[in-house]
Design a binder for this molecule. Structure first.
Ligand SMILES: NC(=O)c1ccc[n+]([C@@H]2O[C@H](COP(=O)([O-])OP(=O)(O)OC[C@H]3O[C@@H](n4cnc5c(N)ncnc54)[C@H](O)[C@@H]3O)[C@@H](O)[C@H]2O)c1
Length: 326
């Protein structure tokens, strides 16, 4: 059996810790080293993940013997910085989405990765969820007929959501907002399903405070001839809603919260059974499928993870929706 793939984890917040939890379930991945700018995050990670090697600084984490790939789980403003550090040591890059803090920086990052010959992959993990994969199969096998329309609907009673309360950068216009954080996953999914996803127009409700992120967004996109309508809002009473619906001429499919798939042939929505591939829940199944892709990516085998250039296309679409002239 080949040696486990060695990872350096940079960023030990919500998603970095999820990476630690999920890699611990596998034999073929090993977290060699980790680091976070925040001393409290380092201490918490060390306490919660016994055996974790927290390095003296990011450079030491990346330079640790046995690291094959650097996982960048920080806010987007420093993704490029760590990608450069990884490629300077000849390591592969597994980066969180959004790719970078803006399109210019994303472009530079893609250019630098290409120039240095650094293989990259970006963690649009929800597209690996069993519900998203089943939706893709159902569309591909023609069971809903010709796709005619896509509806994306997001509502968050509070932004950032309670489980992201420590990630206050998500409130800020510079790097945060639910359009970048959540809609980007759906833009990626639409590109994967339909081959393209081009902005047609958008209207954004911005708060008076120019430092803060959007409050609401209505947008139209064209996904290779299939029109998509996005309605999204943060703030207000009621449960959060995350819905993605593809309407064909013979049936419709709906993803809810990424982990539930329903189907309608004209009457009420019917929940669809999902394959979890041996994982005890659909969330773990999504992450483990993504990590199967990570192992294949690092070993140079075929995999389904998007690279930085694909993530840049997602980012360009998202930033166009948020741009004043959109
Ligand atoms: N793929 C997904 O499903 C998913 C889900 C949530 C978040 N994300 C993405 O993951 C990234 C991190 O999000 P999060 O929710 O974990 O945020 P977070 O704020 O919970 O964690 C980020 C961590 O990075 C650390 N950090 C900040 N600047 C740093 C620097 N210069 N060097 C090292 N560490 C630094 C912070 O101290 C913090 O611990 C973002 O890009 C976010 O969009 C992806």
């Amino acid at each position: 059996m080949s040696a486990p793939v060695g990872i350096a984890v940079i960023g030990l917040g919500v998603i970095g810790r999820r990476m630690l939890e999920q890699t611990a379930l596998r034999q073929d991945l090993r977290v060699v080293s980790a680091w976070d700018l925040d001393a409290g995050a380092r201490t918490r990670a060390q306490a919660d993940f016994p055996g974790l090697t927290v390095a003296a600084d990011a450079a030491a984490a990346i330079a640790a013997p046995g690291v094959d790939v650097v996982y960048i789980g920080t806010p987007p403003g420093v993704h490029r910085h760590y990608a450069r550090m990884a490629s300077a040591r000849g390591l592969k890059v597994f980066c969180e989405k959004p790719l970078a803090v803006d399109v210019d920086e994303g472009r530079q990052m893609v250019g630098e990765l290409a120039a240095s010959g650094t293989p990259s992959a970006v963690n649009f993990v929800y597209a690996s969820a069993p519900a998203a994969r089943a939706l893709q199969r159902a569309i591909d096998d023609g069971s809903i007929g010709m796709p005619r329309a896509i509806d994306v609907h997001l509502f968050f009673s509070r932004w950032p959501r309670d489980w992201q309360a420590s990630a206050q950068w998500l409130r800020l216009r510079r790097e945060g907002g639910f359009t970048r954080e959540v809609l980007s996953h759906f833009v990626f999914l639409m590109m994967r399903l339909f081959g393209d996803c081009r902005p047609i127009g958008a209207s954004v409700d911005w708060p008076d405070d120019e430092g803060l992120c959007e409050r609401a967004l209505i947008a139209r996109l064209d996904c290779n001839g299939v029109p998509a309508l996005v309605t999204a809002r943060a703030g207000g009473a009621g449960p959060d809603e995350v819905r993605f619906t593809v309407r064909g001429d013979r049936g419709a499919l709906r993803l809810e919260n990424w982990y539930k798939l329903s189907r309608s042939d004209g009457s009420a929505w019917q929940p669809q059974p999902l394959e979890t591939g041996g994982a005890h829940d659909v969330r773990t199944a999504a992450y483990q499928a993504q990590l199967d892709g990570l192992v294949a990516f690092v070993r140079g085998n075929p995999h389904g993870l998007p690279d930085a250039a694909t993530a840049l296309r997602v980012q360009a679409t998202i930033e166009a929706l948020l741009a004043p002239a959109a």
